[in-house]
Design a protein around this ligand. Structure first.
Ligand SMILES: Cc1cc2nc3c(=O)[nH]c(=O)nc-3n(C[C@H](O)[C@H](O)[C@H](O)COP(=O)(O)OP(=O)(O)OC[C@H]3O[C@@H](n4cnc5c(N)ncnc54)[C@H](O)[C@@H]3O)c2cc1C
Length: 399
């Protein structure tokens, strides 16, 4: 009899597990997500800077799942799990499993010790938050256009706090977008200032020096004002105060200073690190639970030397592939594979058609070539998913 595999989360990791398992006769797959779309989080920067539309950053998951045999999608929020009785609890009822894959991703972490941070700044890890920011930002631009000639038109500022991958990408894309916007729409007076706050004395801390250098040069060329070496101490409706006492006024603030694993992990009796990530073995199994796997941002992925891997879509997919392979091996009574996750590379988007690329720690290039490569990889990823989902639409005659 086919074994029931339940996957929680239709992000990069959950979708990849589903793709690898669906169609194998030994398993029936149920993919559960609170949203009916797969959000291409790596494109969040393009969405908020008006470079991508909603449909560019989402894939229809029910239609995608319907294109795979023995696969169903359930739109539900998972609220807990009973690992002994083998079922997950959701807001729509219980779903039993033989194998469970936890792939709930992570969310923006707003430290409570920083007054005003959560109230006055935006996160972009969820589509809803990113979309809300985009709308507010566009409305602001529009209102500035309307204020032309009334003598009150003034510069406005966007503060991005956090200079990791997402903060750098957002700052670069917003600077690039507003620069091009202002070139075409001169009625905006002084323009838009983008300020990036980095808590370290470098950007992309912990990443390869080549990527750090490329990011710094590009952001400076785009006119981004980078404040190094200070953390956010407090935020109010109009300004952010840093630990060094500096106060920076803003019209919008984005916080990209850290992430923690999905809140669901708190409700599960599993070993976790201080960021809420679940401890996993080199087989992608949850420690102490034979038939439960954790993949992507929700899991603590480490290198062979035990160093933590940064949370990336690439890491999510690699861990997902290992989990899928091991579920099939377990079902078939074969020994499981043990593997450390190796990232193939990094691509840091630095504005439209510009990216710094580092592959296999050796091959590196930036500028237009990097931008084109990142675009091609993202477009291919999206195209393959969309085209499968579209086949379902046609079959169901929704078009
Ligand atoms: C602005 C930005 C730029 C980035 N740029 C890059 C980049 O250039 N390259 C790169 O590799 N990575 C990048 N990343 C990181 C990358 O997006 C993440 O590492 C990746 O999304 C992790 O995939 P995941 O599948 O683990 O989780 P996610 O993609 O977050 O998916 C988790 C899924 O689980 C669902 N879920 C969560 N809780 C529940 C629940 N209780 N019940 C049901 N469903 C639930 C969510 O709805 C979601 O669909 C970027 C991130 C951001 C924010």
């Amino acid at each position: 009899m086919a074994q029931k595999v339940v996957i929680v989360g239709a992000g990069y990791a959950g979708i990849r597990v589903m793709q690898r398992l669906s169609g194998c006769r030994d398993v029936e797959v149920t993919l559960v997500d609170q949203h009916p779309y797969h959000y291409l989080q790596t494109e969040a920067y393009a969405l908020i800077a008006q470079q991508a539309t909603l449909s560019d950053v989402t894939v229809d998951v029910p239609a995608l799942c319907a294109s795979y045999p023995q696969t169903v999608f359930v739109k539900a929020k998972v609220t807990g799990a009973d690992f002994d009785a083998r079922y997950v609890r959701t807001d729509k009822g219980e779903i039993p499993y033989d194998y469970l894959v936890l792939a709930m991703g992570s969310r923006t972490y707003f430290p409570q010790t920083v007054p005003g941070l959560k109230t006055y700044s935006h996160g972009v890890k969820s589509l809803q938050r990113a979309f809300e920011f985009r709308q507010k930002f566009e409305r602001e631009l529009f209102e500035r256009m309307g204020s032309e000639g009334d003598g009150e038109c003034r510069n406005f500022a966007v503060v991005v706090a956090g200079a990791g991958l997402s903060g750098v990408e957002i700052a670069a894309e917003m600077a690039d977008y507003t620069r091009r916007f202002l070139r075409k729409n001169r009625m905006l007076c002084d323009g838009v200032e983008i300020v990036l706050i980095a808590s370290h004395h470098e950007l992309l801390s912990g990443m390869h020096p080549y990527l750090q250098r490329q990011a710094k040069d590009r952001l400076e060329a785009l006119g981004v004002n980078i404040v190094f070496g200070s953390r956010v101490a407090s935020v109010d409706a109009v300004s952010v105060t840093l630990e060094n006492g500096q106060r920076i006024k803003f019209d919008f603030m984005i916080f990209a200073g850290g992430t923690v694993a999905s809140t669901l992990t708190r409700k599960l009796p599993l070993e976790r690190n201080e960021r809420g990530q679940i401890s996993v073995t080199s087989e992608a199994r949850v420690k102490g639970r034979e038939n439960v796997f954790a993949v992507g941002d929700v899991a603590q992925l480490t290198t062979a030397e035990g160093k933590r891997l940064p949370a990336t879509a690439n890491g999510a997919e690699k861990s997902a592939e290992l989990a899928a392979e091991n579920i099939l091996r377990s079902v078939r009574g074969l020994p499981l594979l043990r593997r450390t996750i190796r990232l193939e590379g990094f691509m840091v988007a630095l504005g439209r058609y510009n990216a710094a690329v580092l592959l296999f720690d050796r091959i590196r290039f930036g500028g237009l070539a990097g931008g084109v490569m990142k675009r091609l990889i993202t477009d291919r990823y999206k195209y393959l998913l969309d085209s499968r989902a579209y086949k379902t639409f046609r079959r169901l005659k929704r078009f």
